[in-house]
Every structure is written in structure tokens, then in C-alpha cells.
Design a protein around this ligand. Structure first.
Ligand SMILES: [Zn+2]
Length: 81
């Protein structure tokens, strides 16, 4: 699985590096793998809401795969904006 975790914030499900990023808390900004600095709210925590309700950040998904050493065929190109 690697040292990454998903965390929803600001309308996207981003990922972060658990060893380089403090554990996200509501109202505290964190740096996502895609380079964005985002601030989650209480509704963004799966422990509280029960599910991820926002779409995946595909830049984070790609960064996760690249950093975790996925083979090229498991690293899809980013969707066109
Ligand atoms: Zn992201």
C-alpha cells in the first residue's frame, strides 16, 4: 500500500504521504501529493461521514502510483481537463 493515505478536502479526494505530512485534522491545511495545499472539513473525514463523497484527484492518484513504483501500464495518463 505504501506510505500514502487518501484524505478528502476542498471537493476532491486527495492523497498525502503519512511520513512527510502531519495527520490531517479538520480546519488544518495539508500538502497533497498533487502539490495542492488543501484544508479538510469535518465532513471530509470518512470516520465521520462513512464514505468518500467527492471525486478522486487524479493528479494525486498518478503521484501515488509513480511514487509507489507501479509499472508503467498501471499508471494511466491524466484525464484531459
Ligand atoms: Zn490532489
Amino acid at each position: 500500500m505504501g506510505p500514502f493515505r487518501w484524505q478528502q478536502a476542498e471537493g476532491r479526494r486527495h492523497a498525502y504521504h503519512v511520513e512527510k505530512t502531519a495527520t490531517p485534522h479538520p480546519g488544518i491545511a495539508f500538502a497533497a501529493l498533487c502539490g495542492a495545499e488543501v484544508t479538510p472539513e469535518e465532513r471530509d473525514f470518512i470516520e465521520l461521514s462513512g464514505w468518500w463523497h467527492d471525486p478522486t484527484c487524479w493528479s494525486c492518484d498518478r503521484e501515488w502510483r509513480v511514487r509507489a513504483g507501479f509499472p508503467d501500464h498501471d499508471i494511466p495518463p491524466l484525464p484531459k481537463a
